[in-house]
Design a protein around this ligand. Sequence first.
Ligand code: RIB
Ligand code: CA
Length: 328
Amino acid sequence: MLRSVLLGALLAAPAMSQIILDTDSGFFGDDGVALTMLLRSNHAKDLIGITVVSGNVWSNDGVGYMKRTAKLLGKPKLPVLAGSASPLVHTPALRRRETGIEFDGAFGLPLPKTYPPAGGIDFLIRTIDANPHRVTILAIGPLTNLATALRNRPDIATKIESVVIMGGNVHAPGNASKAAEFNFWFDPEAAQLVLRSAIPKKLLFPLDVCNNAHLTKTLFDRVVDAKTPITDLYREDFGNRYPGFLKNPKAESFLWDELATAGLLNPKLVTRTESAWLDIDTNFGPRYGAVKLLDKSPIPETTPTTVVLDMDFPKVFESYLAALTVRQ
Ligand code: RIB
Ligand code: CA
């Protein structure tokens, strides 16, 4: 009996490396759902820490949001550390010179009054150093933290097991600008540094696949019906903020960070990929942050990126609903 219970547990939770969630969490949003999916999965124990980056909001606020969500999910002691406060090059002043931006996240918000120590960068470096080839980074915000860690310690690139990224748009239009997706547009130079790096495995969930995962009022209603502390946060954010289902039932959005999380937790959900050499347009102008699809490696050490193009969406939505509607 004990043997079959243990066997069942092993089968349910195949060995995975340690996971660090690198997020630009706002109030809750898709980053909050991503954390919920992780902590309510068989891989909850593999999540060893959260590093926060500026993107949706400034990172000092993101730390507070992630701590609150982790606490509600029963993990008050999970390390949540601020990383970089600002992108490598992009600034609010530069952003004011750009036109046609549909969403500018933290750039549209007042600057932080205080800056917590950026312990997240050191946490990334120390964890990778101590666990060579055993750390996967789930990066669901701008790539500033990882890029900064790679700048400070270039040798860790090959010691990372893999990076799973939500960001970019390869064949589809952008969502921050016509050309660029938000996470890559917020910090184009960081995205370039990571995509050009020697990290052995890079798995990218771009808008191309996210555009097929519609978040509708029907789905929203199914989640909020559970009426738990987590779905109350979900209701407030998706209902009254973005995309505002309680104000406009016809509003629509997409699953973004949730797809990368679902694909990490269950790789079988990924049904079509392509291997590509990717780079980022870092010329300041209308294509700032856009993905460039190359026909060869941009620099010798670059490894290719696996671009996710399709997923088993019925199963993705099943896991999304299951994680969010658990009553606890
Ligand atoms: O473009 C979608 C991405 O931008 C998601 O990571 C979302 O959370 C925002 O950061
Ligand atoms: Ca995000």
